[in-house]
Design a protein around this ligand. Structure first.
Ligand code: ATR
Length: 280
């Protein structure tokens, strides 16, 4: 069934549960007002059992799309009419487009955001300069792995507390992956030129990521998906060892940009002003 044909200011939002603390409405709201665009972006609290029903209704209520977050990122793949290759590969979507013919298109921009953040902060980064090491094997790690492989990383090492999850990622993503035991995570860093914390450790209120970092070479690109705080203990130690560090806030900003452009018609700038908005 076609979406609402009446011309109106486009609506978008972020679907999740809980959703009250999502930063996305602040970011999209900032971009809308900065560029003087008509439109609204709102938090949409949805229980898992209501997701299918809500997705059917939103396009008829003036919504042109939505971001999707926990706990719906996997479930939306089965509800969308079309799914991009990268979303299918990652096994989750974070960006939906409600097309004018009523169809729902699902994409995953997390990996794009991850790479765009590194390229913006470390423009001379070379993904194929040496092995990449990814710590963690959850949903966020899957997007990181997909995007690193896509960027040309030749050897991708991965270690996770629950080894089976890392083995699963290797089984899906293939021969360029090497699984390290959690007890060997320090050894995994030896010779790596890109290192990523894709666990939730180091986040405010959680314990820090404790990894022996003696094997890290100076000049290694080290990045963290955690962005509260911006400087995690992991990044602080990496910086002290002479590594180039990239904090995780930019990934959050960059992953939001493609959706904003599709829904509201303008590519937003990911700059210091956008960063400031998220830190307020
Ligand atoms: P996300 O989608 O944000 O990646 P997730 O799927 O719950 O969330 O994954 C969280 C990641 O942090 C996992 O790699 C998890 O390891 P497990 O797979 O063993 O659970 C990791 N993690 C969380 N708490 C941890 C801890 N105390 N020690 C080591 N790893 C931890």
């Amino acid at each position: 069934m076609p979406a609402n044909p009446i011309i109106h200011a486009p609506l978008a939002g972020v679907i999740g549960m809980p959703i009250a603390y999502s930063q996305s409405p602040r970011l999209h709201g900032h971009w809308l007002s900065r560029y003087g665009l008509a439109g609204h972006y709102v938090p949409i609290p949805v229980m898992p059992e209501h997701l299918a029903e809500v997705l059917r209704v939103l396009p008829r209520a003036g919504f042109v799309g939505a971001n999707v977050t926990i706990p719906h990122k996997e479930a939306v793949l089965t509800l969308a009419d079309t799914v991009t290759d990268r979303a299918a590969l990652i096994g989750a979507a974070n960006t939906l487009i409600f097309r004018s013919d009523g169809k729902i298109h699902a994409d995953n921009t997390d990996g794009y955001g991850f790479i765009a953040n590194i390229r913006q902060k470390a423009p001379d980064w070379q993904p194929d300069a040496g092995p990449a090491a990814v710590i963690g094997a959850g949903g966020a790690a899957r997007a990181v792995v997909a995007s690193l492989l896509d960027s040309g990383v030749k050897e991708l090492r991965i270690s996770n507390r629950t080894r089976l999850r890392a083995e699963q990622i290797k089984a899906e993503f293939g021969a360029r992956l090497v699984v390290y035991d959690w007890a060997q995570v320090g050894n995994m860093l030896e010779g790596a030129t890109t290192v990523v914390n894709a666990t939730s450790l180091g986040m405010k209120g959680k314990q820090p990521l404790r990894v022996p970092m003696d094997a890290l070479s100076p000049g290694t690109l080290v990045t963290d998906l955690v962005y509260i705080p911006l400087m995690t203990p992991f990044l602080t130690e990496a910086e002290a060892r002479g590594c180039r560090i990239v904090d995780g806030l930019g990934m959050l900003l960059h992953q939001a940009a493609p959706g904003f452009e599709r829904w509201f018609g303008r590519r937003p700038d990911v700059d210091d002003e956008a960063r400031r908005i998220m830190l307020e």
